[in-house]
Design a protein around this ligand. Structure first.
Ligand SMILES: [Zn+2]
Length: 399
């Protein structure tokens, strides 16, 4: 099957061409020319690479919900081995769900983050009686990485979080154990990504050698944000945004705008809509955490640190798929241009995670594509006006 999209504005993952023809040839992007089986008039529309959510946790129908909103790949940042195996199988066999990469279980200290959230009751609700391995010493650290390698993970995730931001006191991995974990990952050719939520934790993780941070830091005021950004820029590491997650954990009601957006709300699954059933009334503006993290996002970007768009979507909110569009909006409000934000949701993430076959529109790459009405390089919310989505060349029905 060869489908030609004619006369369409193309954001290719890095820059924008006002008008071009793009050929979808089977599961790949082809070279335009020769006969096509079908044509789509792209006038007034913009074609983008499928979005990559650089921080998610995929359960149940989450990968289908993601794809519906143009997210063609989710980078899962902590999951349970039996559930992950099922999700990966689904992504390999079906074209109506987003693709997935994953760390499987996150490495953490006994009783450390996120064991306070991933209680036996929650695991049961997620459909598994799996137990969570933790890491108390160097021997367990090496065994942990071995177990993840046996599962065929795509990268390692570790947690360094003492709970202070959420008003708790949690045991955290020591810098020494973090370094043992990262070394074992690197020795096996895997990148290591750290869950950190403060500037101090970010530096501990970077000193341990991690390749990326899974969240912005949200504890540093505007002045400190720049100093920390300059320091982080001295390491060769990327940072995933997750402003949407920081809103959720600080009780900030910002993401409710998704539910009210006619392009988004009515298309959400009932499960996704249900995650908004919370009291959000009396908070007039961004929480301090979101304000701090927004400053951090811009400071890191200006300091040259690769910034990746991620939501921390879970079955309990932030929602899969739709949240990417809110995250993009928040990043433009933080000071990135729309094109910079889109780059951070496509080619930058593909490059940082070694996903050479996606994140850009170019002949030979996977036909993971998003076609929208309007021009999201000028109005970022136009990414929500979804006309079509292709996953490895398969056009998704809007039914
Ligand atoms: Zn997460």
């Amino acid at each position: 099957m060869r489908t030609l999209i004619r006369n369409v504005r193309v954001f290719d993952g890095e820059r924008t061409v006002p008008s071009a023809d793009v050929l979808i040839d089977g599961d790949r992007i082809g070279e335009p020319g020769g006969p096509a089986d079908a044509e789509i008039d792209g006038t007034g529309k913009t074609l983008l690479p499928g979005l990559i959510d650089a921080h998610a946790h995929a359960f149940d129908g989450d990968l289908a919900e993601a794809l519906k909103f143009g997210v063609t790949t989710e980078l899962d940042m902590n999951n349970l081995p039996p559930i992950l195996a099922a999700q990966r199988r689904k992504a390999a066999e079906r074209d109506d769900v987003a693709d997935i990469r994953s760390s499987s279980l996150i490495a953490t200290a006994p009783n450390g983050h996120p064991t306070q959230i991933m209680t036996p009751d929650l695991l049961k609700a997620l459909g598994t009686d799996a137990t969570i391995d933790t890491v108390a010493d160097a021997g367990q650290a090496k065994a942990f990485v071995e177990a993840r390698l046996a599962e065929g993970v795509d990268y390692l995730k570790i947690a360094i979080d003492d709970g202070a931001v959420s008003g708790m006191r949690l045991p955290a991995l020591s810098p020494e154990l973090a370094a043992v974990l990262v070394e074992a990952a690197h020795a096996a050719g895997l990148k290591a990504i750290a869950h950190t939520v403060t500037a101090r934790e970010a530096i501990i993780a970077l000193d341990a050698g991690v390749d990326g941070l899974a969240h912005l830091y949200s504890d540093a005021g505007p002045d400190d944000a720049e100093e920390t950004a300059a320091r982080i820029a001295s390491y060769d590491a990327f940072v995933v945004s997750t402003l949407t997650f920081i809103e959720a954990v600080t009780g900030d009601p910002g993401s409710v705008e998704l539910l009210r957006d006619e392009r988004v709300g009515p298309r959400m699954s009932e499960q996704a809509k249900a995650t908004f059933n919370r009291e959000f009334t009396d908070i007039p503006m961004h929480s301090e955490g979101v304000t701090n993290a927004s400053h951090a996002a811009l400071a890191l970007f200006r300091a040259g640190v690769p910034l990746l768009v991620g939501t921390d979507a879970t079955p309990f909110g932030p929602v899969h798929g739709a949240s990417m569009h809110h995250e993009l909006l928040l990043l433009t409000e933080a000071g990135l241009t729309a094109e910079e934000a889109l780059t951070a949701a496509t080619s930058v993430t593909a490059r940082c995670f070694g996903l050479a076959d996606r994140g850009r529109i170019a002949p030979g790459l996977r036909a993971d594509l998003l076609l929208v009405d309007g021009d999201p390089t000028r109005d970022i919310t136009a990414t929500r006006a979804i006309a079509d989505v292709w996953r490895r060349g398969v056009r998704q029905s809007r039914a």
